[in-house]
Design a binder for this molecule. Structure first.
Ligand code: UD1
Length: 336
């Protein structure tokens, strides 16, 4: 069976994908410096799957360390999850964000070339569609006008991959544009664990439900949406993980660079998500309306048709599944 390298494999999306890969029989190598994750995740991946990923505690910017990973393992493909992901921090430290998010893409490409590895699956974001496209977003739409340096780091990395695929006709890049991943593995052993006060909606909701926050501030109640609050395409992280397996299958024999939306194709408002969470988990959440958050769009969701047609993948889990699994993880994570 193939050996796959997951950079950032101890993180939220990376760890769920590692589980899916191990369960499908792949050998996995994780390279992660644990800046936004913890070593215990590696053990918990083993508890869930009964199989161990090989783990390197390295920074992907460290070319010599990355070289050793390729020396010691026969890597056939790379899934590049490692990266900084806070929109707010990217505004404060744009240079650091470019250095890390673009720099790791470059060290990986150089090291892969040296070792004859030509399959790259990239964690991109729907934020590359910017603020001028109609919804739903299709992959053919123009990218750019990103709302943050974080968004631009993703778009610049995409650009590098498209150019690399032109220069090397044997190279394959599958670019996955994630919508809003939430939920957690149903074991309750892995999930999203943000540092400090969460910026994103679902981790904020679960911390509120756990009594760690006082009230949810709903950013904007006057958007031109069905209930005035922002609409997003929330996707269960396990569906997202399955999308990576489909991308990996596709990249075998594929050349060139190609982008795919990983979303459900359905928009859900902030209030709808809150109400679903309350109903499914039998809880009541205090909320207040607050001004719009700068940089937020009113509404966007994926046209998920291309991934279904070409990759043979589509999201299966419901908003109720996402709410149930996020809450189970929140409660369980306090004892880990
Ligand atoms: C954000 C990033 C996006 C990134 C994604 C990762 C911005 C502008 N965009 O997306 O680039 O790829 O996270 O998942 O930050 N909300 C509240 N109260 C809160 C938190 C959020 O009302 O306390 C609302 C937001 O206004 C939005 C929705 O919830 O309408 C979702 O917000 P969030 O989870 O932060 O994701 P995005 O902003 O869509």
């Amino acid at each position: 069976m193939e050996t796959v390298l997951l950079t950032g494999g101890a993180g939220y999306i990376g760890s769920h994908t590692a589980v899916a890969l191990l369960e499908a029989g792949y050998e996995t190598v994780i390279a992660d410096d644990l800046t936004n994750s913890e070593a215990g995740v590696i053990d918990r991946i083993k508890t869930i799957t009964g199989r161990s990923p090989r783990f390197y505690n390295i920074n992907v910017l460290d070319a010599a360390a990355l070289d050793r990973v390729f020396e010691e393992n026969e890597i056939s493909a790379v899934l590049h999850f490692a990266g900084f992901k806070s929109v707010a921090n990217s505004v404060k430290d744009p240079v650091g964000y470019y250095k890390n998010n673009v720099g790791t893409t470059i060290t990986l490409l150089e090291t892969m070339k040296k070792h004859g590895c030509g399959r790259f699956v990239f964690s991109s974001s729907a934020t590359v569609y910017g603020c001028n496209n109609p919804i739903p977003y299709t992959e053919a739409m123009p990218t750019g006008s990103c709302a943050s340096p974080y968004g631009w780091t993703k778009l610049v990395s995409e650009r590098i991959l498209f150019d690399a695929a032109v220069a090397d006709s044997a190279f394959s890049a599958v670019i996955l544009r994630y919508f809003n991943p939430i939920g957690a593995h149903e074991s309750g052993l892995i999930g999203e664990k943000p540092n400090g006060v969460p910026d994103n909606l679902m981790p904020y909701i679960t911390q509120l439900a756990a009594g760690k926050r006082d009230i949810l501030r709903v950013f904007g109640s006057d958007y031109p949406t069905r209930d005035g609050t922002g609409v997003r395409d929330y996707i269960h992280v396990c569906d997202l993980a399955a999308g990576h397996l489909a991308a990996l299958d596709y990249s075998r024999g594929h050349t060139g660079a190609e982008a795919f939306n990983l979303g459900t194709g359905r928009g859900v408002s902030v209030l709808e998500l809150v109400r679903a969470f309350e109903r499914v988990n039998g809880l009541s959440l205090p909320l207040e309306y607050a001004p719009r958050r700068p940089g937020d769009l009113a509404e966007y969701y994926a046209d998920a048709g291309k991934a279904e047609r070409v990759l043979g993948w589509r999201a299966e889990k419901t908003i109720d599944d996402m709410c149930r699994d996020s809450w189970r993880w929140q409660k369980n994570s306090e004892n880990l």
